[in-house]
Design a protein around this ligand. Structure first.
Ligand code: FES
Ligand code: FES
Length: 159
């Protein structure tokens, strides 16, 4: 039995041997925000935050996050109270199929938490290992810029 803290709640999970964090989130906790893409740590579709840092849930053993804080897309915000990054992606309609969006949003949230006003280059670097097969990159970059503005108080933005 594993005790995992996910989105601020403690869960006791009877995880299968060898289960990844992504398996547990999706199959045991019914959190479908993180997606299964490559299963190899390469596409970013499964990204979650572990202690606030973007991490690939498909290659993390479920037992590796005991005593850590895991946040999924569901824990970032809700339909009624979206996180500014979620709101910005909606406002910019930065999706086609949407499969990559979980990873794009979680990676952006982690970036803006540590770097509230990143340069375009820093944004591109941060998202360079999140793959979007639909080619929505232009809208995604616009959404990240919008999110940074939403999260930066006007007085800071004028500096
Ligand atoms: S599914 Fe985890 S990185 Fe692709
Ligand atoms: S919107 Fe389809 S993979 Fe990015």
């Amino acid at each position: 039995m594993l005790r995992l803290t996910v989105n601020g709640r403690v869960h006791e999970v009877d995880a299968a041997p060898g289960a990844t964090l992504l398996d547990v989130l999706r199959n045991d906790l019914a959190l479908s925000g993180p997606k299964y893409g490559c299963g190899l740590g390469e596409c970013g579709a499964c990204t979650v935050l572990v202690d606030g840092v973007a991490a690939r849930a498909c290659v993390i053993p479920a037992g590796g996050v005991v005593d850590r804080e895991v946040t999924t897309l569901e824990g970032l915000g809700s339909r009624d109270a979206p996180h500014p990054v979620q709101q910005a992606f909606v406002d910019e309609q930065a999706a086609q199929c949407g499969y990559c969006l979980n990873g794009m949003i979680m990676t952006t949230a982690a970036l803006l938490a540590r770097r509230p006003r990143p340069s375009d280059r820093e944004v591109r670097e941060a998202l360079s290992h999140n793959l979007c097969r639909c080619g929505t990159h232009v809208e995604i970059l616009r959404a990240v810029r919008r999110a940074a503005r939403l999260m930066t108080p006007p007085s800071d933005a004028q500096r």
